[in-house]
Design a protein around this ligand. Structure first.
Ligand code: FAD
Ligand code: DLZ
Ligand code: SF4
Length: 512
C-alpha cells in the first residue's frame, strides 16, 4: 500500500487533504474507536454515541466511494485502545510508505504525534487543518505586537479577509461591525423554540447505542432519546432548517433563558461543525446569503456570523498560541472543589438545576447558560479552574479542548488573567432574574442578599468583587460596581461577606 490516512473522530470532512488526496484502492483510511479517547474525561454518553455513529457513517461513505477503510470498533478484541497503538498496529500490518494525518485539535494529541513519529518506520505527515478560517501562522501575525488580544478587532480582520458581510466600498454591511445593541433582549412571555429536527436512528446508530450502553454503564448523562444528525447529509438538513426557520430570530433572544426550553433560537450546529460534518465557511456563507436575499435581518445574521468567524476562530488562536501553559492558569487563585451537583444536578438553585438538566439530558446547554449560570457560579464560588475545565470538556457533545478551554479558563473563569476577556463575566441574581424565568420557581429570592432565602449569586457576587478588588478595582469597565460596594457601608459589606461564607459551607456540605 501507499499511504495510511488517519482520521480522528472530529475530522469527518471530505474536504480535508488527508481525504481529498487519497488514491482509491491504494491508500488505506484508518478510523479507530479507542478507550483512551473515550475515557480521558467522563464524557457524556450522547457525545460518545454521536462521535462513534458519525465515524461509522463516515467510514461507510468512504467505502461506498471506493476507498479501502480499516475501521477498528471499540469491541474489536485486537483493539489496542489508544490512537498511537492503533496507528502502530496498522503500520505493522500494512507497511505503508507514508502516514498522513490532519493536525489534531488538542495539544496532548499533537504532542503525542511527535513522540510517535520517532517510533514509526515510515514518515509521518501532519497536515494543517484547513477547515479553520485562520491558520496558526495568520493568527500569530495578527496577534504579534498587540498590547491586548480582543475578539472584536480580530473579527473585523476576519470579516475583511474573508469578505463576509462587507460592501463594495470596503465598509461593513449596515455601516456597523456589531449589531448587539439590537440583540439580547430579556425573554418575552411564551418564548419557545421553533420546531427542531429529530433524526431517525438507523442500524448503525442502534448498534452504537447498544455498545455505549454496555461499555459506559457509569457514563455521564442521558443516552436516549438520541436524535443527533450523524451524517453530513443530515447535518446539512439541520443547517438548512436553522437558516430558513430560526436564524431570522437569532439575535433578539440570544441571551434569554427559559425553563424547559433548552434550545430557543440557537443553531445547535456546534457539535456538527466541530466534528467536521459542516464547514464553518459554508455556514457563514449561507447565513450571509439569507441576509442578502432579505430572508433574515442583519442584527441576526451579523450576530450569528460573529460567533463563528469571530469567537470560534479567536478562541482557537488563543488556545494554540498559549498552550501548553493555558490550561494550568489560575490567575484568581481559585481552589474550591467542584461541587457534586455539577454531575448530579441536585441543587436548590433553580437556574443551576435547569442548566444542569439540559446538560445531562441533551449534552447541550446554550452559551448563556454555560457562561452566566454554571460558569458564573464557578467564578463567584472560586471553583478550581482545572476541575471546571474537565467538567466542561466532558459534558457537551461539542467539547474539544481547543474550543472548550479558552471559553472556560478564559471567558467564564477569568483564570487566564484577562488574556481573552477584558473583564470577568460576573453577575448577581438580578441579571439572572432579568434574563430568565427561573427565579419564579426557586426556593431562593433573587431580591434578597442575606438571610435563609437569599439568592446565593448575590452575596457570592459581592464577595467575589471584594476579594479581587486589587485586580479589578482599577478596571475601566467596572467603576460603577465598586462605587456601589463602597456606598453600602461596612455593616452591610460584612453581612454579605459572612453570607457568602454561609453559602460556601452549604455548597461543600451539599445543601446549596
Ligand atoms: P449558537 O448560539 O447557535 O452559535 C452559533 C455557533 O457559533 C456555534 O455553533 C459555535 O460554532 C459558534 N460559537 C458560539 N459561541 C462560541 C464561542 N464562545 N466559542 C466558540 N464558538 C462559538 N463551544 C464549543 O463548540 N465547544 C465547547 O466545548 C464549548 N465550551 C464552552 C464552555 C464555556 C464555559 C462557554 C461559556 C462556552 C463554550 N462554548 C463551547 C461556546 C458556546 O457556548 C457554544 O459554541 C454554543 O453554546 C453551541 O451551541 P449552538 O451551536 O446552538 O450555538
Ligand atoms: C472525544 C473522542 C472520543 C469520545 N472518542 C474518540 C475515538 O474513539 N477516536 C478518535 O479518533 N477520537 C475520539 N475523540 C476525539 C479525541 O479525543 C480528540 O478530542 C480530538 O481528536 C481532538 O482533535
Ligand atoms: Fe438562580 Fe438565584 Fe434566581 Fe434561584 S433566585 S433561580 S439561585 S438566580
Amino acid at each position: 500500500m501507499s499511504v495510511l490516512r488517519v482520521i480522528l473522530a472530529d475530522q469527518l470532512s471530505a474536504q480535508l487533504d488527508v481525504v481529498a488526496a487519497a488514491e482509491k484502492g491504494v491508500d488505506v483510511f484508518l478510523l479507530a474507536e479507542v478507550m483512551a479517547e473515550a475515557s480521558y474525561v467522563r464524557h457524556h454518553v450522547k457525545k460518545i454515541a454521536f462521535l462513534f455513529s458519525a465515524m461509522r457513517h463516515f467510514a461507510e461513505a468512504l467505502r461506498i466511494a471506493g476507498h479501502v477503510v480499516r475501521y477498528v470498533a471499540l469491541d474489536d478484541p485486537e483493539n489496542a485502545q489508544s490512537l498511537d497503538g492503533e496507528i502502530l498496529r496498522a503500520v505493522t500490518a500494512l507497511c505503508p510508505k507514508r502516514i498522513a494525518i490532519t493536525e489534531p485539535g488538542e495539544w496532548r494529541l499533537r504532542e503525542g504525534l511527535e513522540a510517535l513519529r520517532l517510533a514509526l518506520p515510515a514518515p509521518l505527515d501532519i497536515l494543517p487543518d484547513t477547515r479553520f478560517l485562520c491558520s496558526h501562522a495568520d493568527f500569530n501575525v495578527w496577534a504579534e505586537g498587540r498590547r491586548e488580544l480582543r475578539m472584536e478587532y480580530f473579527y473585523r480582520y476576519m470579516r475583511r479577509r474573508h469578505r463576509i458581510l462587507m460592501e463594495s466600498d470596503g465598509k461593513p454591511s449596515g455601516a456597523r461591525w456589531n449589531f448587539d445593541a439590537e440583540n439580547r433582549k430579556p425573554p418575552k412571555a411564551g418564548l419557545a423554540s421553533p420546531r427542531r429536527l429529530s433524526f431517525r436512528k438507523d442500524a448503525i446508530t442502534l448498534d452504537v447505542l447498544d455498545l455505549v450502553r454496555r461499555r459506559f454503564p457509569e457514563g455521564y448523562g442521558r443516552l436516549e432519546p438520541f436524535h443527533f444528525a450523524v451524517t453530513r447529509k443530515q447535518a446539512l438538513r439541520e443547517l438548512d432548517h436553522f437558516i430558513a426557520h430560526i436564524l431570522p430570530g437569532f439575535g433578539d433572544f440570544q441571551d434569554a433563558m427559559v425553563k424547559d426550553e433548552p434550545f430557543l433560537r440557537h443553531s445547535l450546529l456546534s457539535a456538527y461543525i466541530n466534528a467536521g460534518l459542516l464547514y464553518p465557511l459554508e455556514v457563514c456563507q449561507l447565513a450571509e446569503q439569507a441576509f442578502r436575499k432579505g430572508l433574515a435581518p442583519l442584527n441576526a445574521v451579523e450576530g450569528f456570523i460573529r460567533q463563528i468567524l469571530g469567537w470560534r476562530e479567536f478562541v482557537r488562536g488563543i488556545y494554540w498560541r498559549f498552550m501548553p501553559g493555558y490550561i494550568e492558569n489560575n490567575a484568581l487563585g481559585a481552589t474550591e472543589k467542584l461541587p457534586w451537583f455539577y454531575w448530579s444536578g441536585e441543587t436548590r438553585m433553580a437556574c443551576m438545576r435547569e442548566a444542569l438538566a439540559h446538560t445531562h439530558d441533551h449534552a447541550y446547554s446554550h452559551h448563556i447558560q454555560r457562561l452566566m449560570i454554571t460558569g458564573n457560579f464557578a467564578l463567584l464560588a472560586g471553583l478550581d479552574p482545572k476541575a471546571v475545565h474537565e467538567w466542561y470538556l466532558a459534558v457537551y457533545a461539542d467539547a474539544y479542548e481547543w474550543v472548550e478551554a479558552p471559553n472556560t479558563i478564559g471567558m467564564a473563569l477569568h483564570a487566564d488573567g484577562g488574556l481573552l476577556a477584558s473583564k470577568p463575566y460576573a453577575a448577581s441574581g438580578n441579571y439572572i432574574n432579568r434574563m430568565s424565568n427561573c427565579c419564579r420557581g426557586c426556593v431562593y429570592d433573587p431580591a434578597a442578599s442575606v438571610g435563609d432565602h437569599a439568592c446565593p449569586f448575590n452575596a457570592l457576587y459581592w464577595d467575589f468583587l471584594a476579594r479581587h478588588r486589587d485586580r479589578f478595582g482599577g478596571n475601566a469597565r467596572m467603576p460603577f460596581v465598586y462605587a456601589n460596594w463602597d456606598k453600602m457601608g461596612a455593616e452591610k459589606q460584612t453581612a454579605l461577606v459572612n453570607q457568602a461564607q454561609t453559602h460556601l459551607v452549604a455548597m461543600r456540605e451539599g445543601r446549596l
